[in-house]
Design a protein around this ligand. Structure first.
Ligand code: ZN
Ligand code: ZN
Length: 288
């Protein structure tokens, strides 16, 4: 239930922040090249990446049935090879829906917990269009197609417990969703599978585990490995500042008024989510 509201609110808020003026009901969609044969596709505030090889395409999150249908048409037209793999970043419906569009040609891969989480949502309409993975892994796995290899590494639990770091070694690029941001504050109260310390650890673990240059997140702009360090810095400063406010006996409202994180005021969603970030950390620190 929480997930349902969260995913819906994410879309609405992110859309409201999109600078482009769009006709009502008309989604903003595009495909841009990141590097080499790695591309990024956009559906409003959501992004995936895909790698084109001679033998087919390795795709990440399908995002939605409508978007996946559009994307399939574009891929057929531009590249003329089928999608052979769909690699899930995590199970949330706003990223993982729509996979059935590719199921006649693709194998679906996700973390072990993705299957567990989807089973727990059985009967929940919100997850009705999320096609479960055929193949799952525990610590890491890889797929190889057309001479290209893509790795999936289990991220430490934070935003979710089934998040994959999807690594494109030849392109020196990573696709990671929701626990990682590029110049964007985390979503609302950062609810999920752990307190802020787990988010810090998940980001640090990504940085120490994977050798890469390009960070392509599921929301917001493409950045670099250094941007993920900046996000870790934001989380650490936020934790320190809210801890100080709690130690000083401040109420939540006082903490929200005092922890302004001004160095990050130009980050996306700062105005909308900074106070909610403070709230999430405040509540986790003061919970018994
Ligand atoms: Zn998510
Ligand atoms: Zn998301």
């Amino acid at each position: 239930m929480n997930i349902k509201l969260t995913a819906f609110a994410a879309g609405v808020l992110a859309l409201a922040a999109t600078p482009m003026t769009l006709a009502q009901d008309e989604p903003f969609r595009e495909i841009v090249n990141i590097t080499g044969d790695l591309y990024r596709a956009t559906n409003n505030a959501h992004h995936n990446v895909f790698l084109v090889t001679d033998e087919g395409i390795i795709l990440t999150d399908p995002i939605s049935t409508d978007f996946a249908t559009w994307l399939k048409g574009e891929l057929d037209e531009r590249f003329g090879v089928p999608v052979r793999y769909v690699l899930y970043s995590h199970y949330h419906d706003d990223h993982a829906s729509g996979g059935a569009v590719f199921e006649d040609t693709a194998e679906f891969v996700g973390h072990d917990n993705t299957v567990v989480n989807l089973a727990a949502e059985e009967g929940n309409e919100v997850f009705a269009e999320v096609r479960a993975p055929d193949t799952t892994y525990s610590d890491s796995t890889s797929v190889t197609l057309g001479g290209k290899t893509v790795e999936m590494i289990h991220a430490l639990p934070s935003h979710s417990n089934d998040s994959s770091i999807i690594h494109f070694p030849d392109e020196r690029a990573v696709f990671a969703v929701d626990f990682v941001n590029v110049q964007r504050v985390p979503f609302q109260t950062m609810s999920g599978w752990g307190p802020i310390t787990s988010w810090i650890e998940a980001n640090q673990n990504l940085q120490s585990t994977v050798d890469y240059d390009i960070m392509a997140p599921g929301h917001g702009p493409v950045g670099t490995k250094a941007d993920v360090d900046d996000t870790t810095g934001y989380l650490e400063e936020l934790l320190a500042a809210v801890s100080e406010a709690v130690d000083a006996g401040m109420s939540l409202e006082e903490a929200q008024a005092s922890v302004l994180m001004e160095d990050y005021s130009d980050w996306a969603q700062y105005d909308a989510w900074r106070a909610l970030n403070v709230q999430g950390v405040y509540e986790s620190l003061t919970a018994e």
